[in-house]
Structures are given as structure tokens and as C-alpha cells.
Design a protein around this ligand. Sequence first.
Ligand SMILES: Cc1ncc(C[n+]2csc(CCOP(=O)(O)OP(=O)(O)O)c2C)c(N)n1
Length: 271
Amino acid sequence: MSPTPIELKDISKIVRRDVLTMVLEAGSGHLGGSLSAVDLMVALYWDVMRIRPDHPVWEDRDRFVLSKAHAAPALYAVLARRGYYDVKDLLTFRKLKSRLQGFPDMHTTIGIDASVGSPGQGLSIANGIAMAARMDGRQFRVYCLIGDGEAHEGQIWEAAMTAAHHNLDNVCAIIDRNMMMGDGSTEDIVALSPLEDKWRTFNWHVIEVDGHDFERLGSAFSEAASVKGRPTLIHARTVKGKGVPFMEGKPEWHDRKLTEELYEEAMRALG
Ligand SMILES: Cc1ncc(C[n+]2csc(CCOP(=O)(O)OP(=O)(O)O)c2C)c(N)n1
């Protein structure tokens, strides 16, 4: 049975706490964009994707590509809490010889479907996986999480054209629309708005949603799965640093170092 929105919220709180602990322990890592994306990944891994954590390479599993790869702490915490590996492994994040490096590696980390790192590449990878699924006659879906600042990369738009051209209705991209990147507002740096219209013009089915509302996310993903003949973009409005008031909406928390004192304050705020 699927978890309720209240249960999903509780899971997100645990994952956010994990993310803070990992980044404190590592001495570096990207907090703001991990925290904005936690609810999206929790919805996918607990409510939406067909997966078998006890059989991570099951051929018919849905795939997930973390194009905004710097949100790796959130993905690692989600995978650990979902049962892919031990939660205590999270404390090895970014340590030498750890499997949990700063950016996900499909060859060393259980549950990672695509190696990612450089911004802009994930949607192209998702398209390739989706085309292979079609050629093999497999029914699984491919989910790809993109950052809005990341959408400044031209390759995202090449991939958007390609997915629509090939009618890849097994691709669902999610854009984490927190309106921010490390250097400030996406709209000040190179404006993206109206971003939903741009994807529509590229012939994608577009669904707009509050990216922290599990009920709405559930129905958005169901709608996406029912769309035939073209890919879907879930335009998820989110808050950078979500859950930690002193980080929310603050671009400097993209990758700022966390101190013990601020960690304690953040954990108290999360409850
Ligand atoms: C080729 C390349 N371009 C740019 C960067 C720097 N960079 C890394 S992630 C990123 C975008 C961050 O913004 P966003 O995707 O909105 O991240 P979020 O706010 O969701 O964390 C940029 C500009 C890089 N590392 N490599």
C-alpha cells in the first residue's frame, strides 16, 4: 500500500536530517538544492516508481537520473532509508574510498541508475535509457530531475527536442523550480520564465505543481504516466533550503559549509 501524504512528510523529515548530518560530517556538500529536492525524490521512491530495493538491478524497474547531481546527499539518504544499503553508510559521504562520492557513480553505488556530475547531461541519458526500453519492449518509465539553473545548459534543450521528436512518453522530467542557483536568482542571471511555456513549445506535456505537496505530486505523476505520444515535464515549484528557515531562499546555502552550531539550529528547526 502507498504511504499517505502525512507518512511521506515524516519520511522527508528523516531524509532532511540525514542530509544535514552527512554534509556536516563530510565538511562540504550542497545543502540548498538537496533540501529543495527531498520531497520530489521521496514521492518518487516511496509512492511513484516501480522498484525493488532488495533487487536493485531488476531489469523492469523504473529508472531515476539525478541530472542536478549536486543533490547527491538527498538521493543517497533516500536510497539508504528505502533499504538499498545501510543508513550508517551515509556517514562516509565524500570520504576517500567511500562509495558515496560527491556525485553519483552507477558503477560503485547500489541503486544509482546513471553516473552524473556535469550539469546539463542527465536528460540526454534519460532519453537514451527510454529509447533502449522501447527497443527492448520494456514498459518501465524514466524519471529525470533537473535544476532550474541547470536548465541554462544548452544540452537540456537539445534533449528536450529529442525526447519530443521521438515521442518518448516513457520519459518524465521534473524541474526543481526553486528560482535559485549558487550565484543568486535564476531570473537575474539568465531569465528562464515563462519556463513552463518554453517546455510546452518544445511539445512536452507540462504539469505545474507545488513540489512540497505530496498529494498534488501523486496526482501529477499519475497524470504523467497516462500521457501518450509525448514526454511530460513536472514543473515543481520548490523552496531552496526547504525545511530549515535560515537556509530557505538563501542562495549562499547552495554549498556553504555547515558549522556544528548551525547544524544544531537546523536540526532543532526540523524537529
Ligand atoms: C559545465 C558546468 N557548468 C556550470 C557549472 C557550475 N554549476 C554547477 S550546478 C549549477 C547550476 C545550479 O543551479 P540549479 O540547477 O538551479 O541548482 P539548485 O538550485 O537546484 O541546487 C552550476 C551553474 C559546472 N559545474 N559545470
